[in-house]
Design a protein around this ligand. Structure first.
Ligand code: OGA
Ligand code: NI
Length: 317
């Protein structure tokens, strides 16, 4: 009997490895147990059900017959709904181990009619997810504005009419993951990214010159700062260098939502964050200009920000 052994040990560290069951003196009344599966580990306001629906839709989309998936195929980055592979097949020298479906999703009514209709609930479910993520982003933008000492609605007001894109990334198992990337190191060109990943590791971020794995936590989003946040905040926030690696035994799904200024929005460092000690680090530009450079330059050069630095701060070009 386990309790017989237990009684001979003074300390838990000696007892713990010898028992199969928790001795009776540790067992709490049924109404006073920790309910381990019912712990709220987040406050993002997107339901677990919606997260699972979204991941399942992505899984099912990439399992459709090739002929069905190819209805959405295009290698033109300016298309607002398209399935493609790698990053930019037209310009890149080395391919990446990834397929992706990219969708514009704000304002919804401008784009939903372009989206796939298979799986049958695709449009309805993805639209609901997008709306919910947008709510989360708007709350984050208020908090980030305040953290910079700006008016709560400062960032909201800087984005013109706003825009939102998303990708459904599919990384198949790779026979030689040490030879390639799902996505090589890059910063996201948009403002802020809300990344949902399934339970397969693959995301890494650069921290103190070392790549660190950001392993999945169920029902949890990764929030990545993008280039436009770095510009608006005049370098107070830094866009994060990140990459996706692949593995040999499991497929991986990730679903980033890229929140952006609208193409016509004029972006530059907030005037309130410019002073003698902090000169404007970037020239003003429209988001359309920036975005075009990003897709043209590709991921060979990790970040486009250098192209918009002011002459006093520019380092290398
Ligand atoms: C991206 C990205 C990371 C991932 O799509 O921009 O960084 O984990 N994805 O798939
Ligand atoms: Ni990214």
């Amino acid at each position: 009997m386990a309790t017989a052994t237990a009684s001979t040990k003074l300390l838990l560290s000696d007892l713990a490895s010898t028992v199969q069951n928790v001795p009776s003196n540790y067992i709490r009344p049924i109404n006073d147990r920790p309910n381990l599966t019912q712990v709220e580990v987040n406050n993002h306001g997107v339901s677990e059900e919606m997260i699972n629906i979204m991941l399942n839709i992505a899984r099912r989309f990439f399992k459709l017959p090739e002929s069905e998936r190819l209805k959405s195929y295009s290698d033109d980055p300016s298309k607002t709904t398209r399935l493609s592979t790698s990053f930019n097949v037209k310009t890149e020298k080395v391919a990446n181990w990834r397929d992706f479906l990219r969708l514009h999703c704000y304002p919804l009514e401008n784009y939903v009619h372009e989206w796939p209709t298979n799986p049958p609930s695709f449009r309805e479910d993805v639209a609901e997810y997008c709306t919910s993520i947008r709510g989360l982003v708007l709350r984050l933008l208020e908090a980030i504005s305040e953290s910079l000492g700006l008016q709560r609605d400062y960032i909201d007001k800087s984005l013109g009419k706003h825009a939102q894109h998303m990708a459904l990334n599919y990384y198949p198992p790779c026979p030689q993951p040490e030879l390639t990337y799902g996505l090589p190191g890059h910063t996201d060109p948009n403002l802020i990214t809300i990344l949902l990943q399934d339970d397969v590791p693959g995301l890494q971020v650069l921290r103190n010159d070392k790549w660190v794995a950001v392993n999945p936590i169920p029902n949890t989003f990764i929030i990545n700062i993008g280039d436009q946040m770095q510009v608006l905040s005049n370098d107070r926030y830094q866009s994060v260098l990140h990459r996706a690696v692949v593995n040999s035994d499991k497929e991986r799904i990730s679903i980033p939502t890229f929140y952006c200024p609208s193409p016509d929005a004029l972006i530059g460092p907030a005037k309130e964050l410019i002073d003698h000690n902090h000169p404007a680090a970037y020239t003003d530009f429209t988001y359309a200009e920036y975005y075009e450079k990003f897709w043209k330059r590709g991921l060979e050069t990790e970040c486009c920000l250098d192209m918009f630095k002011t002459s006093t701060t520019a380092s290398s070009f």
